[in-house]
Design a binder for this molecule. Structure first.
Ligand code: SF4
Ligand code: SF4
Length: 353
């Protein structure tokens, strides 16, 4: 598979690399098998985060014997210097390594957070000190909003930016990506599947959009994201060896989507009008224990795919229903897509009872 230099770093990474979120929920054996399969097929860049629970440890265990042949990227979502220092040490232990190639500040989605991490006792000075001590190689930033990330790279020479880019979210390609290209900042694409919205195992939904399989949808999503000029690599979340194989295949045959391939996503995009939930789970936990992504998925099936009976069954399986919401608003502060979750939960009550 083709490799590209990550901005002005010394890292040449495979255009399809490894996103470490799905292995959070896979058992240890399957996770290690998945990571090893990625290595066997040539993937050399592995992205994880402190927030991804056991993901760092699983990657560290799977690749400990080939550490010198791969690059590790991880992240801290905590904002103070002391907390970030603690996270760096935890990541080093979990990844079984004395050195992490890229350490990122995770999910900076508003200017207030950017100010906080860049302040004297914020996370960024902790990363700079760790870099001087040789614990980390480069410093990067991740987020979902192009205007915040543009402000970040205007203020600080981050080596990499990680941001979503997929058929449903292309605004980054218009604004942020050319700037990163011009300044030689590595651009890592997260969420090429739009948090799962572009890839579904549901046969009815596949039939609605004319896709043959979830593997085909995954392959095309990855192919689409890599085709943008300036993209260094794409890190699809990979949770089993088959998903690794589909993603690697996309990396090997990359190029612009054909008209027929594009039409699958165009049909899906026409159905998925805003607001809709991407299923990313960033809004959790809800203090009332509402499984927000699962309930909003049922709403999506009812209102966008018109699969009402399926939606009702999905909702019936939820132990805590939408009417348990006390409208505290915590979830909306966390949602990177600024979804009106409280309002959407009210529509669930009206639509699904
Ligand atoms: S607004 Fe409702 S759904 Fe959101 S966190 Fe609060 S109780 Fe949970
Ligand atoms: S409501 Fe927002 S944060 Fe929660 S799963 Fe959906 S898109 Fe993600």
């Amino acid at each position: 598979m083709e490799k590209r230099r990550l901005g002005n770093t010394n890292m040449e990474v495979t255009i399809v690399s490894f996103g470490g979120i799905p292995i959070i929920t896979r058992d240890y054996e399957l996770s290690v098998k998945t990571v090893k399969r990625a290595y066997e097929l040539g993937i050399n860049f592995y992205d994880t985060a402190r927030a991804y629970q056991t993901s760092e440890e699983k990657i560290g265990d799977a690749l400990k014997d080939v550490r010198d042949k791969v690059f590790y990227a991880t992240k801290t979502h905590l904002r103070s210097k002391a907390e970030a220092e603690k996270h760096i040490q935890e990541s080093l232990r979990n990844l079984r390594t004395p050195y992490i190639d890229l350490y990122q500040i995770h999910s900076v989605d508003d200017i207030h957070t950017l100010d906080r991490v860049m302040s004297k006792d914020g996370a960024l000075p902790a990363l700079e000190e760790a870099q001087k001590k040789g614990y980390i190689g480069y410093i990067g930033i991740t987020g979902h909003r192009a205007e915040v990330l543009i402000e970040a790279i205007n203020r600080y020479p981050f080596a990499t930016v990680m941001s979503p880019l997929n058929f449903l979210e292309q605004s980054h390609a218009a604004n942020l990506l050319p700037l990163c290209k011009e300044r030689n900042i590595g651009f890592i694409v997260m969420k090429p599947f739009a948090g799962g919205s572009l890839v579904t195992a549901d046969k009815d939904v596949q039939a609605l959009v004319g896709a043959k399989s979830s593997g085909e949808m995954a392959r095309l999503s990855v192919k689409f994201a890599i085709s943008f000029p300036g993209v260094s690599c794409v890190i699809p979340g990979l949770g089993n060896p088959q998903e690794v194989e589909d993603a690697v295949q996309a990396g090997e045959e990359f190029g612009a989507l054909t008209k027929e391939e594009k039409s699958i996503f165009e049909r899906l995009k026409a159905i998925l009008v805003e607001p809709f939930c991407r299923g990313c789970g960033y809004c959790l936990p809800c203090p009332q224990n509402i499984d927000i992504p699962a309930i909003l998925k049922a709403l999506l099936y009812a209102t966008r795919f018109n699969l009402i009976e399926r939606a009702k069954n999905m909702y019936a399986q939820q132990a805590v229903k939408a009417d348990a919401c006390v409208e505290c608003g915590i979830c909306e502060e966390r949602c990177p897509y600024q979804l009106p979750i409280r309002q959407m939960l009210k529509s669930v009550k009206e639509t699904l009872g």
